[in-house]
Design a protein around this ligand. Structure first.
Ligand code: ADP
Length: 204
């Protein structure tokens, strides 16, 4: 079965825990964040984000899982979009998925170390995905850990780009979104997000 938004717990920071927060508290962002560990294809939210490749025609990892669950009509619509550049995002229907939309974004491929250009591209993935969601009035958006699988972005670096970009987008557009869900798949990623969320969404 699918997992409804109401069944995805809201993440709240432990108050009084002194952390080296990188941002000040913004009470407008309270109850807008979730950390969910599991299969993104099961989430009954307005939009799920796909860590796609430039062809948008499907691949391995989360991309493969999304195309399998959505069915062949998704690939058909993706083909009509004629590719996607790194850091950009394009939206389709969800077809057989419980999510209404799929936002396809192409993360950077890391070979060797992370360069500034790749860091910016990863941030663009998160920002352009959120922008695309709000353009379609999607109010709940779930992200996988973009680029940290086959594309080789170190997860312990990617988590900071993901959290900072979502924080900055929500600061400017909190009225447009009800919930942003970080849908991790690996226990190690859950731990990374658990440790770092309080730096970007502090309790006080
Ligand atoms: P990329 O090519 O952008 O690195 P991958 O799909 O290889 O994309 O990996 C991105 C992340 O998606 C990884 O953390 C991987 O564990 C995770 N992942 C794989 N399958 C799923 C799924 N069904 N739901 C959510 N996340 C998934």
């Amino acid at each position: 079965g699918s997992v409804q938004l109401d069944d995805i717990p809201v993440w709240t920071p432990a108050s009084g825990v002194s952390v080296r927060a990188r941002y000040q508290k913004n009470e407008k962002l309270d109850r807008k964040i979730s950390l969910y560990c599991g299969d993104i294809t099961k989430l009954e939210v307005d939009a799920i984000v796909n860590a796609a490749n430039k062809t948008l025609l499907g691949g391995g990892g989360v991309d493969g899982a999304i195309h399998r669950a959505a069915g062949p009509m998704l690939k058909k619509e993706c083909a009509s979009l004629h590719c996607c550049e790194t850091g950009e995002a394009k939206i389709t229907g969800g077809y057989g998925l419980p999510a209404k939309y799929v936002i396809h974004t192409v993360g950077p491929i890391i070979q060797g170390g992370v360069e500034e250009e790749e860091r910016r591209a990863l941030r663009s993935c998160y920002k352009n995905s959120l922008q695309t969601a709000t353009e379609k009035a999607a109010r709940s958006v779930a992200f996988p850990c973009i680029s940290t699988g086959i594309y080789g972005y170190p997860p312990e670096q990617a988590v900071h780009e993901a959290l900072a970009t979502v924080r900055e987008y929500l600061d400017a557009h909190h009225d447009k979104l009800d919930r942003v869900i970080f849908c991790v798949f690996l226990p190690a990623d859950k731990e990374l997000y658990r440790q770092n969320l309080p730096l970007y969404f502090p309790a006080d």
